[in-house]
Design a binder for this molecule. Sequence first.
Ligand SMILES: Cc1cc2nc3c(=O)[nH]c(=O)nc-3n(C[C@H](O)[C@H](O)[C@H](O)COP(=O)(O)O)c2cc1C
Length: 316
Amino acid sequence: MKKEDVSFSREAADMLDKIAAIWPPIIRQGKKDKILFLLNLLARARKIKKADTVLVVEAARLVVPKSYDPLFHMFEDMEGFKKRMLEPFVSEAAYNKIPVRVRRWPRQRPRKKAAFQKCKNILAVCASPRSRGNTDMLIDEALRGAADAGAHTEKIMLHKINMGYCIGCRKCKEQGYEKICVINDDMTEIYQKIIDADALVIGFPIYTGRECAQLSTFLDRWDGYERYMLTSMLKPGRTALVIGTWGYPCIDTYDHVIENIISILNLHKVETVEALSACGFEGIRHGLDEKRMGVIRRHPEQLKKAYAAGRALAKY
Ligand SMILES: Cc1cc2nc3c(=O)[nH]c(=O)nc-3n(C[C@H](O)[C@H](O)[C@H](O)COP(=O)(O)O)c2cc1C
């Protein structure tokens, strides 16, 4: 350590080692260096001479995404963590008590106050392979809100369509190429539906800390809109509602994944004006009830937020 660097209490040093030990050696030192760098900045700014465990965790939290929540919750209270996380996998009562929550992200953009509003054409895409699961139900509720506000709505279930992976041929980037993509599958029709849509609803579950593969594949295929010399076939003007759902019962653990999807849509000039995070879909029946439908249907107060977001989307 350098002379001007902060010193550590024994507990703080142990905590840093414990955190660093989660990574394999090939990335461990790099991560540790970043944590130490931020820790020293924080200590200097606050005139702290000796780091405690709280400062170590704070610095580590700045280095890793929120999806490391479970790890920090484990470090803070292993027994409590086990009880909260494992009991719902073996006990019906604990499963029914999982805090199922939906958060509607704060609106950043005022809605139009025009006297006449065009009837919007809204296309929803459900990336969850579970029909009538939580993502699907949240989408339906948003579409119900949009329809009540006068929109025309349609939903596509990605797991039911014939959609191939992007094959990286880059034909779409060739001068004079007229189709959107060489692959002859259901995306041919969906490309046009996206072009015809005024707004999109994109709902997806988190799988392994990121968006599920169905959504990844779908968005890779959007690259077909990007043409020769970086021109785009999608003109600006479309808006979107993005919905992310997950198991871990913390309402912001995977918000960064939703942000990533919002950024990808933004590359295609689609402006996300509404977003929903939804959590608590894990345990003995993995977020489903005895009829294999999403447990979200037992939470009308939470569903209301999807309805409101869909209604607002139709009015932007
Ligand atoms: C393959 C797989 C991986 C998952 N990985 C995570 C995860 O990393 N973190 C998490 O909180 N939930 C995870 N889950 C739980 C799902 O995100 C959760 O059950 C989702 O909200 C289900 O949505 P649905 O009911 O619409 O299918 C995973 C589920 C599956 C099937």
